[in-house]
Each structure stands twice: as C-alpha cells, then as structure tokens.
Ligand binder design. Sequence first.
Ligand code: CUA
Length: 318
Amino acid sequence: MSSGTGLAAVGARQNMLHPHSPAAHTIATLWWVMFAVACVGLAFIAFLLLLGWIRRNREALPFGGGERGATRLVVGLGIATPIVLLSALFVWSDVFVIRSTAAPTRGSTAPTVHVVGHQWFWEIGYGGGRARTDNELHIPVRTKVNVVATTADVIHSLWVPELNRKIDLIPGRASSVLLYADRAGTYLGQCAEFCGLQHAHMELIVVAQPRPQFEQWLHGQASDATAAAGSGFQVFEKDGCANCHQIRGTDARSQVGPDLTHIASRQTLAAGTIPNDRSHMRAWLRDPQDIKPGAKMPQTRLSPNDLHTLVDYLAGLK
Ligand code: CUA
C-alpha cells in the first residue's frame, strides 16, 4: 500500500506555502524572504566567481585598491554582510514570527482540544466532553482553538503546515499550539518527529467547518454507539478487538488503540494510511501488518464469515 493513499482520497493538501491562518501566513512570508535573500546571495557569489575567472590573468582587482582593497572586500562581504543579514533575520524570526505563532494565552481561545500522541495514531478529545475522534480533529472555522498536546509513549510532533508551526509532544509535559483556519476545508497534519517504524503513517486530518455544523458534529460524536451490539459485537469481543479498543455504549472500554465508537464517520483508517470504506476496512482487518508493518494492531485470523460480520458492524458505527 503506497504512502498517502488514504489522504489522497480526502483530497486535501499539505503545503506550508498555502497558509490558511495568520500564523501560517507569517511563517510563509518569513520563508519567502529567507529564500529571496539566499537567492540574491547565491547570485552575487556566482557573479564574483565568474568575474574572477574572466579576469584570471590580471593582477589587480577590478575596482582597484590592491591588497588593501582585497582585505576590505573579504571583511565586508565575508564577515560584516552575513552578520548584518543573519542578525536581521534572527530578530525577525525570533521576535516577530515566534511571537505571532506562539501558544495562545489563557482565555484567548474558545474551545480546547486535547491531543495525545501514540505509536502511531492521534488520540483526540474535546474540552471535558465525551467525544473521542482519533486521527480526525474538527474545529469551528474562523475560531481560535487551543490544542493542548502530550504523548503516551515517545516524542511526537504535531504539525498542520497550513495552519501553524509544529509543536513537540514530550512525555510528562503538555505543549500548546493555536489552530485557526480562515476558511472551511480539510487540512492535513503530520507527525514531524521520527517516532518509530510507522512515523510516516501518523497523519492527522483537520476539518474546519461552520460553527453550527461543528456543534452538531461534536454532539453526534459525544453520543454512544448507534449500531446494535449484535453478532458483530460478539465477533469484536471474541476475537480480542475489545482488548484494545473502546466502543462507547458497550462493554468494550479499553483505551490502548483508537476509539471506534463512530469509526464509520471518519475519512481514513490507520491514521491516514488508507481510505475508510468497506473494502479497505476488510483488507485492514484481514492483515493490518501488510498495510502498516509494525503497527500495534496484531494479526486477527478471522474466519471469512466473522470478517464479514465484523466489517458490517464497524461500517454501521456512524
Ligand atoms: Cu509520531 Cu512521528
């Protein structure tokens, strides 16, 4: 299974040069300015090299001055110019960009979203509410959202390039980042710190939607599972799924793997690895290690009949 199959299905981009928030805009501008300065520097150095080559048989510098002129040139261009330019860029990035992309101050945001990094998925909760929407984070559009993040195991890094800078998720610490989207849409996030075998398949979808839609969605996600816990749930329990996964409203309460209460409402499976439809769900349940080698989800060895029943049940968890 190729990387990004699931995210391609979502049809969203992950491009830090297409900012969709004031913070991401500041970062993109800094990037362009640094790129332009670097280009000018490179062009100037290439010009000097060319000039040296053209005048390789002459002794004097083109602008005169002999040895003294040469010293002045080296000190001016080799030491003074880089110090001035790098200091200016440092002050700009450190004073202005870092400040405008910083964690939100107390009381400046409306909702708070809690994110916990796991090998290899994102656990996502909202305020003190019951909703758990692992690997898919929804926010109201044009609203400042405080994301407070930590990790359950190793260091991860949360990055949604079109919305803000990245923050590291460090054991025993809570880091915070402001998420704000200036228009409704789907934005892609990615774990940006190597965290083990499936680091590259630790993707996050951020959906920004109008406030009423968001409230309605959140209300739905906070509710218990809607599908009847019949034979599908029996397979779920019998084959060990309940040892790791929670389905609210049933006896399955384990918090080891992603919450599956409303799994059918999500756009991807396995943290952005594959699209969420019946055929991919079947392939995933039949052999998760083929799709995501090293994933903590073990081989299940379901009979074809049980597999069918289980897919039916999970696909009903809207
Ligand atoms: Cu989590 Cu890389």
